[in-house]
Design a protein around this ligand. Structure first.
Ligand SMILES: Cc1ncc(COP(=O)(O)O)c(C=O)c1O
Length: 396
């Protein structure tokens, strides 16, 4: 089918809740994708952060092929080796003896975290402090946690008990804590909010606030986890240990998989009957996640994330001197934000015309979440295109 034929199918049969580019993709490999017409694109935003180790990573493809031939799905009334091994692999990498609950997406992982916080807050404590500009997902609990009114519009009333403090402001977070508060939920680096890095001492300060008030500290690592910024989990860059983290996106190398990873003393409150997900922790997703972890380790991709970060930073800092609309360059590993003083949408469109895929968030932040196995040549090629597009951008 041509892209146009596929678009016509969507226009007739698919609910229009997404803004889509007029391209139908049919194949991917590493940091490249191809459309139905055979055009090749360089992808600096593979899978919105899910394809952390590139499109169709060979170990994940092999693991999934093998697993679907043996056992595709069984419910959580049974034990499966793959789920147990994945929980162990994550626990070993958090370094705090954690236990896991598995689901299928980021928003579900956040829902599980909200329930865990409330169950641990009993009796009487149910409120959760989250941050302005945050993004935690689209189901109504996670949406209520999301501190952005534009996503709430028309969907009220939201779940009660969420209070938003400006990201980075410890005093404001402390002022929101009262006798009914049970948790603080924060992205260690805000992703959708514009690649906002935490100020020095912020995450540690939240830890202290949580300790002083007997709150759970939960980091939403759906976007930042699994090696994206050069450590298995982004909070590991700082001297801080949360009580729980949420994962999804890159967890299974592009296969749907989410997880809540929590310290055992909190995790034990999720007992039979409190929570469940039919597909959660299915053997295919878990086999894919194990192959993702194996790939990151075997190919030295944590170190590669750091290298990529340094290379992008250098390149864009140099560009900033020549390009009047770059306000700030924000980089942590393979998580890159270019804050512009102009609308970023035309830049995304011009890059697409030049067959480079990038993202714009919050109107003015060009966001890149490249695959960790992006090659130096691909980095050079993509940065070259983006630089030309930025330098020739007309504000009028
Ligand atoms: C930090 C964070 N949490 C939660 C979510 C929701 O994830 P999902 O779209 O898989 O539900 C996202 C998605 O972008 C995210 O960035």
């Amino acid at each position: 089918m041509t892209s146009q034929q596929t678009i016509e199918l969507f226009e007739q049969y698919v609910i229009g809740n997404y803004t889509r580019y007029p391209v139908s993709l049919v194949r991917g490999e590493g940091s490249r994708v191809w459309d139905a017409e055979g055009n090749r694109y360089l992808d600096f935003f593979p899978g919105w952060g899910c394809d952390l180790i590139g499109h169709c990573p060979p170990r994940v493809v092999a693991a999934v092929r093998d697993q679907v031939g043996r056992l595709i799905h069984v419910p959580n009334t049974w034990y499966t080796e793959e789920q147990g091994k994945l929980a162990q692999a994550l626990s070993e990498r958090t370094g705090w003896g954690s236990r896991c609950f598995f689901c299928n997406s980021g928003t579900e992982a956040v829902e599980a975290a909200i329930k865990l916080a409330r169950l641990n807050g009993k009796p009487g404590r149910y409120k959760i402090v989250t941050m302005t500009n945050s993004f935690h997902g689209r189901t109504l609990g996670a949406l209520s946690a999301t501190g952005q009114p534009k996503y709430h519009q028309g969907l009220e009333p939201l779940l009660a008990g969420f209070n938003y403090a400006p990201y980075g402001n410890l005093d404001a977070a402390a002022k929101l804590v009262d006798a009914e508060t049970c948790a603080v939920l924060v992205e260690p680096i805000q992703g959708e909010g514009g690649v906002n890095l935490p100020p020095a001492g912020y995450l540690e300060g939240l830890r202290q606030l949580a300790d002083e008030n007997k709150l759970m500290l939960i980091f939403d690592e759906v976007q930042t986890g699994m090696g994206r910024t050069g450590k298995w989990f982004t909070h590991q860059h700082w001297n801080v240990r949360p009580d729980a983290i949420t994962l999804a996106k890159a967890l299974a190398g592009g296969i749907a998989c989410g997880g809540l990873v929590a310290k055992p003393q909190f995790a034990e409150k999720l007992r039979p009957g409190t929570h469940a997900a039919t597909f959660g922790g299915n053997p295919v997703a878990c086999a894919a996640a194990l192959a993702t972890i194996e790939t990151i380790e075997a190919d030295g991709l944590l170190a590669r994330a750091e290298q990529l970060g340094a290379a992008f930073q250098q390149r864009f800092e140099a560009l900033k001197g020549r390009c009047p609309w770059i306000r700030e360059v924000r980089v942590k590993g393979a998580m890159i934000g270019l804050e512009l003083s102009v609308d970023g949408a035309p830049i995304v469109n011009q890059c697409l015309q030049r067959r480079l895929l990038v993202n714009c968030t919050h109107g003015t932040v060009i966001r890149l979440l490249p695959a960790l196995n992006l090659t130096d040549r691909e980095l050079d090629e993509g940065c070259g295109i983006l630089e030309e597009v930025l330098l020739t951008y007309k504000t009028t």
